[in-house]
Design a protein around this ligand. Structure first.
Ligand SMILES: [Zn+2]
Length: 377
């Protein structure tokens, strides 16, 4: 008897063994890939076609590839995008793609293929939502969508900061429209403030937005007192991190603010806007987060969603050092799937306590205590 048929023999009569044969001891994570990512070609630009291929190459060449749940995306439809953007804006991106290449603001470009690729990137986020939210026999606990261009700066009617469509927001509203999901939390650790997510959901109590970003830095929004408005007041949480913040400061921010607020909000789906541009070797920031720091943040989010039995969708946002990005994204998957990856990181070795952090944390806590009782006590 071959080894394969012996294995099949062992599961005969499975109906009587209470499905124990597909219980898993480790969380199942994976990736949503982005075929044709080079179709949005920005040329000489920090957000370019050279960012993602080395990430996928590293994963494919590692022993961990076999553990991963690998998916290919479908495209989002315009009706998915207009839950977060105006119809006129979506049409303007389509036109810019046809007529371009064109600069939509001082650092955001669109050309032939950009509209379709932005739809496919949002679609990858929706593919991930479907996979973690629907009841299925072999279902991932979390998925990391390796997408570009990023999305978190795109406002309802404006492209900016390399972003065309706001994938995190589109995914949140898609989940609410298609599943029995009312409350969605978005945690954004990209080093820049996600002004677009904030704008779209500023008066929306059903989507909690929590952003950790270097302050001051582009785009200039994201102060502690931007807390939401109307019914959404209290559901927009900004943590402006001082320059030089690293694993220590981010860890304390998760302990004292991010996780307690998530606990109280009690989301039914968690989306992470994962930008790795706060890494110590990223030229777009002064932050000092290490590979281990990214793993830790991912592992915390996975532990949170695992304890609640809810889905976790991680979306690639920034991260512009193409030589370190593969290690960081691999570390994030290790954190999501509880498997070890190489965390050696010479760039973060010089991290020192960030000046002004304890005062900043106290300020954040004092603002947020009005909305989230018992915080920091
Ligand atoms: Zn960024």
């Amino acid at each position: 008897m071959s080894e394969e048929s012996a294995e099949i023999g062992q599961v005969e009569g499975v109906g009587s063994v209470e499905h124990a044969y597909y219980e898993r001891s480790e969380p199942l994570t994976g990736v949503v890939l982005l075929p044709g990512q080079e179709e949005h070609d920005t040329g000489e630009h920090p957000e370019n076609i050279r960012r993602l291929p080395p990430v996928v190459k590293r994963l494919r060449e590692s022993d961990d590839w076999e553990k991963l749940f690998v998916m290919h995306p479908r495209s989002a439809r315009v009706e998915d995008i207009v839950r977060s953007h105006t119809g006129e804006y979506v049409e303007s991106i389509r036109r810019a793609s046809i007529d371009g290449p064109a600069w939509l603001d001082t650092d955001t470009k669109a050309g032939p293929g950009s509209f379709e690729l932005a739809l496919r990137s949002s679609g990858a986020a929706l593919t991930a939502v479907d996979a973690v939210a629907m009841e299925a026999y072999w279902q991932p606990d979390s998925l990391f969508a390796l997408i570009r261009p990023p999305g978190h700066h795109a406002t309802p009617d404006r492209a900016m900061g390399f972003c065309l469509f706001n994938h995190a927001s589109v995914a949140a509203r898609y989940a609410q429209a298609h599943y029995p999901i009312e409350r969605v939390a978005i945690v954004d650790w990209d080093v820049h403030h996600g002004n677009g997510i904030q704008d779209i959901h500023f008066e929306d109590p059903s989507v909690l937005y929590v952003s950790l970003h270097q302050w001051p830095l582009y785009p200039g929004t994201g102060s502690v007192d931007e807390v939401g408005a109307g019914e959404g007041k209290g559901f927009n949480v900004n943590l402006p991190m001082p320059p030089g913040s690293g694993d220590r400061e981010y860890g304390e921010a998760f302990d004292a603010v991010v996780e307690p607020i998530l606990e109280q909000f009690d989301p039914q789906l968690l989306i992470v806007s994962a930008g790795q541009d706060g890494h110590a070797a990223d030229t777009l920031s002064n932050q000092m987060i290490s590979a281990a720091g990214f793993r830790d943040m991912a592992a915390r989010m996975a532990a949170f969603t695992d304890a609640r039995g809810i889905g976790l969708v991680v979306l690639h946002e920034g991260g512009y050092n193409v030589s370190t990005l593969p290690q960081l994204d691999h570390a994030i998957l290790g954190g999501l799937g509880s498997f070890p990856t190489d965390l050696e990181d010479v760039f973060a070795e010089g991290a020192r306590p960030a000046e002004g952090w304890s005062e900043r944390l106290a300020e954040i806590l004092s603002v947020q205590r009005e909305f989230w009782p018992g915080l920091g006590s």
